[in-house]
Design a binder for this molecule. Structure first.
Ligand code: UD1
Ligand code: CA
Length: 452
């Protein structure tokens, strides 16, 4: 059966106290509605978003997708919301209803739910809660068959005692929506068109409602405030940390790592506390990362070492390369194997060859450095004249004395030796000593001024 997905994302989320529509608040760096969309893509390429509050912002956040949007101008209930998308939903096939503020449902759980759907069966995701207050309760008959859902505000005291609740997520044959959504009423405690009333309609027409439970209750948790957002963030991070350990990484404290993207690890990586990963990160075997580092969109080769308080963004490290403590590698930095970047060094668009060292207090931008070069403390590449950027080339085996200023475009040839404190504006030739500073003089006949 083909599957269409309807994601409800029209609600205001006033309890978030935010300028941002609720469904655009992020878990693990990704807007909640994008988590839902990403999961939905595993089952369907016919995905509909019902938008209302902040509709334009939500549409923008999905601008790079093929999702279709349906405006629910007034929030008249979940049934009314799904009905907005109905004109776009085929009459045959199955429909999965998801919520933009329930971000972390496992694909496996939804797969099981979809598998329940036949022309005469629907699937409903339910969950046992110690405190079911506020949720729609699942009413079952003497044979344990689901017969209806009653909303908390419409429930009798006996029904309120039921701890099995409706997650809101359901999968059903499309024909049921087309046939029954137009027949919903809003004569209930909230004056809303309840999607959940479909369950009672289905049962009275002889349809079987199969309840499916998730592996974890967090899969069905929605976000109404920032506390609930934080709970899901922690649950996500807890699982992400476990996944890294399962792949063979040692985490000094699995509660103090944040993964906002995809991290792949080789065996025996060691990650110290308070490391934040963003985007796509790949660590080779035996990589060590010290405490308090941010690592974004980076590849680190086998046995690379990142010392404490280092920020790596859009950079790649060869095997055995060492960075930090307190280093900042910006986009376009490539360290070849065994290269070394030390404390208080900033690099940008810099290719640093095998075994070369930039150990202290430098800025290396728009630079190509060969192998085995030694860049002294405080060396600065002056790559920018206020208008354009220029490249500094430094050959293999070159030695650049401390506190040198390399005014690009400029070349330091292989094996060149640059005296400390030089300002270079011209080529430093290979294997020669070049000094670009005033010669030191001791002034003969000088006497110390005397007090008049
Ligand atoms: C709904 C279910 C309830 C279930 C609970 C789980 C109904 C009638 N009730 O209740 O059985 O236990 O979810 O959390 O479905 N939305 C729209 N447009 C609307 C109304 C809602 O887009 O007109 C969206 C909201 O933004 C939200 C979701 O649908 O993401 C759920 O709506 P909400 O009003 O929170 O439903 P509940 O009353 O919690
Ligand atoms: Ca409601």
């Amino acid at each position: 059966m083909d599957v269409s997905v309807v994601i409800l994302a029209a609600g205001q989320g006033s309890r978030m106290k935010s300028r941002l529509p609720k469904v655009l608040h992020s878990v693990a760096g990704v807007p909640m509605a994008r988590h839902v969309y990403r999961t939905a893509c595993q089952f369907s390429n016919d995905i509909h978003l019902v938008v209302g509050h902040g509709a334009e912002l939500v549409k923008q956040a999905f601008g790079d997708t093929s999702a279709r949007f349906w405006l629910q101008a007034e929030q008249l209930g979940t049934g009314h919301a799904v009905a907005q998308a109905l004109p776009g939903v085929p009459e045959s096939g199955a429909v999965l209803v998801l919520y933009g503020d329930v971000p972390l449902t496992r694909a496996e759980t939804l797969q099981t739910l979809i598998e329940q759907v036949t022309e005469q069966t629907m699937g409903l995701l339910t969950v046992q809660l110690d405190d079911p207050a506020g949720y729609g309760r699942i009413v079952r008959d003497d044979h344990g068959q689901v017969v209806s859902i009653v909303e908390h505000k419409d429930a009798t005291p006996e029904q309120q005692a039921v701890t099995e609740v409706n997650s809101g997520i359901m999968a059903l044959p499309a024909w049921m929506l087309h046939a029954w959504l137009p027949r919903l009423h809003n004569d209930n405690a909230q004056g809303e068109y309840y999607l959940t009333d479909l369950i009672g309609m289905a049962v009275s027409e002889g349809i079987t409602v199969q309840a499916v439970q998730p592996l974890d209750v967090e899969e069905t948790l929605g976000v109404n405030n920032r506390q609930q957002l934080a709970v899901l963030e922690r649950w996500y991070q807890h699982r992400a940390a476990n996944a890294l350990m399962a792949e063979g990484a040692t985490l000094m404290d699995p509660a103090r790592i944040d993964i906002r993207g995809n991290v792949k690890v080789g065996p025996d990586c060691l990650i110290d506390v308070n490391v934040v990963f963003e985007g796509e990160v790949k660590l080779g075997a035996g990589v060590r990362i010290g405490p308090n580092c941010v690592i974004r969109n980076a590849r680190l080769g086998d046995d690379a070492v990142v010392e404490a308080n280092t920020v790596i963004d859009g950079a790649n490290l060869g095997a055995g390369a060492t960075v930090g403590p307190f280093a900042r590698l910006r986009p376009g930095t490539e360290l070849a194997e065994r290269a070394k970047v030390g404390n208080f060094v900033e690099t940008k668009k810099a290719l640093i060859g095998a075994g070369s060292k930039v150990n202290h207090l430098s800025y290396i931008g728009d630079a190509v450095i060969g192998e085995g070069a030694n860049i002294g403390a405080g060396t600065i590449t002056c790559n920018y004249d206020g208008v354009n950027k220029y490249v500094t080339e430094i050959g293999s085996g070159a030695f650049v004395g401390s506190n040198s200023t390399l005014v690009a475009p400029v070349t330091i040839e292989a094996g060149a030796f640059v005296g400390a404190g030089s300002v270079l504006t011209k080529t430093a030739p290979a294997e020669k000593l070049t000094v670009g500073r005033a010669r030191q003089v001791t002034v003969p006949g000088w006497t110390r001024p005397a007090k008049q």
